[in-house]
Design a protein around this ligand. Sequence first.
Ligand code: RI2
Length: 307
Amino acid sequence: MQKLQETAEKIRTMEIRGAGRIAKAAAESIRDYAAGLEVASMEEFNTCIRDASSFLISTRPTAVSLPNAVKLASRYSSGNVEEARKEIIENANLFIERADKALGIIGKIGSRRIQDGDVIMTHCNSHAALSIITTAFVSGKDISVIATESRPRCQGLLTIRHLNNFGIPTTLIVDSAVRYYMKEVDKVIVGADAIAANGALVNKIGTSQLALAAHEARKSFMVAAETFKFSPNTIVGNPIEIEERNTEEVVDPSLLADLSHVQVKNPAFDFTPAKYIDMIVTDIGIISPAMAYTVIKEQLGWELEDI
Ligand code: RI2
């Protein structure tokens, strides 16, 4: 349990971050936990796996990749401890393998939509979105990127480093400069923390302003998302919770000490309605947001009674 607790803590503090990486880390964690679990009965095994799963899921509430990964990885049908343990190890490994492959497939499919000379704007640090951008560049397309800083955690700094390593010409801007630069942009590509059954996107705070500015300037808005980022819970109308993080990420509390009328808010994500999204590049192909429900039903294998 100690290793699982350490992973959970790393997810909570964002040492492990990015919806896809969180999912993989959680699947690995539940696999290793199951592999080393010493129990006296099947009942005890069931309880331990259930508790460990809930514990991992509770670390970050928004990225649906996390509960999806934990549920897919920790599935077992056997009533025998050794068999159930084997099933978890297999299912977790299968999930991890699929997640790795998905990034490559998204890169390949999405890069076909990138034209020579495109200026691409991206937000935060999405491995799926970056897979499209770097694949296009490596295949010989002459592209450049405008990357937002993505306050307060400034994941944009990770993005510019990654792009720089590929030699991709990149401009870093502050988040409030998004609309100012939109006229120079051809395409916006962002990642996803969750996609609802109605096709709405949940991604890093500020994503919806990129979408609005792109819509106003008639620029295309592309989302890169593995199928495990679609939210089964939303088919029964459950909303996706937006994570409120510690306000110390925004401002040093000592600067607020004498400001008795001021409060600080730090939502980590926002919603972008489906109507602002031109396409979602997934590991099963490019879909319109209207197909989100089908992805949940057909790819995640979730039935209403599971929710
Ligand atoms: P990949 C990140 O969340 C960003 O919002 C990013 O767009 C999304 O996860 C998807 O990232 P955070 O963990 O899975 O930085 O594409 O809060 O890497």
